[in-house]
Design a protein around this ligand. Sequence first.
Ligand code: PLP
Length: 397
Amino acid sequence: MLNQNILALGKKRSTIREIFEFGNQRAKLVGRENIFDFSLGNPNVPAPDSVQHAIRDIINTKHPSAIHGYTSAPGNEECRAAIAESLNARFGTDYSAKNLYLTLGAAASISLCFKALTASPADEFIVFAPFFPEYQVFIEHGAGAKCVVISAQVQDFQINFEEFERKLNPHTKGVVINSPNNPTGVVYSAETISRLSALLTTKSEEYGHPIFLISDEPYREIIFDGIEVPFIAPKYKNTLVCYSYSKSLSLPGERIGYVLVPNTVDDFGDVYAAICGAGRVLGYVCAPALFQQVIAHCAADIADISIYEKNRNILLEALTSMGYKCVKPEGAFYLFPKTLEENDRAFCERAKKYDLLLVPGADFGAPGHMRIAYCVQTETVQRALPLFEKLAKEYGL
Ligand code: PLP
């Protein structure tokens, strides 16, 4: 009667959801303050004041039908122009409203790209482990294409080019990157980006069709140590940028983001139209109207994200001194250390004894690791350190 694959997706509780439920049960017994929940990537800093001001201003000055009505499918022109202007000011680009399609956050942006680009069930999209697990769901179940995984290069979490090159083939439709990365926090180096761009250019010529680079960038602004994150789109002409205000403006529940289709993309007009078509197929209609208007005022703003760097420094230093091994993250709000036994699920189960809630790396396609989402209060991080130490002692460190 039902599509069994879709049914299975709905029935299967994600590990993160299981951990969340476990935390709720434990909180009833020991108190919420004694649960160290590092499982969710839910930003803990408030949205900036400019967002609250914009909401009040819109509510106080506009007619309700102008606030809550449908917008055009690609989104409010003023909002798209404001986003283009803020990108141009930062990156020296030349975008306009016609390059932007507003979405319900990065998850929708990526889904739209997969749906728009897939022409046949034989089409393949490449993802690099460890990766945001929903990519596989969107590619296989949403677009009906194939998801090809490149294994993790665990020493630095840059791209494993040897395996990547081997797996590129004429069916490759797109390649997904996510830098700064969830779950590792790693930022791709300028060298990685230029090697990737050169390889995709060569292979596109060889196969006689473009290989699209889908750049999932919800953490673009969350970077540490004053490093520079290369803006990917100008480095490779067939890049589609998927962005979200969930993390930079701390608005994950409001569902607002965009797909950027630069003019450099081959058959720009058709690709943009296909994104619009995918929006129709998926029933998105338009992005939330009130928040389109908020973004028109706040496109260039960023929440106070300094706590993430502080938490990263405290955790990284303490865990390293306890003997945990971890690639230094330069952005986002995740740490991805090796677990102290090979079986990462067993390790994360053991951590629960101390009410430390961690996500096994296997969920991201990189077993033998754990994800620590440190978008929590600094006090929570500090109070968790003795527990990480007790856990390490169990393994003889
Ligand atoms: N892509 C990555 C890498 C993410 O980590 C997330 C959310 O955590 C998303 C996409 C989805 O973000 P959004 O809330 O904007 O849909």
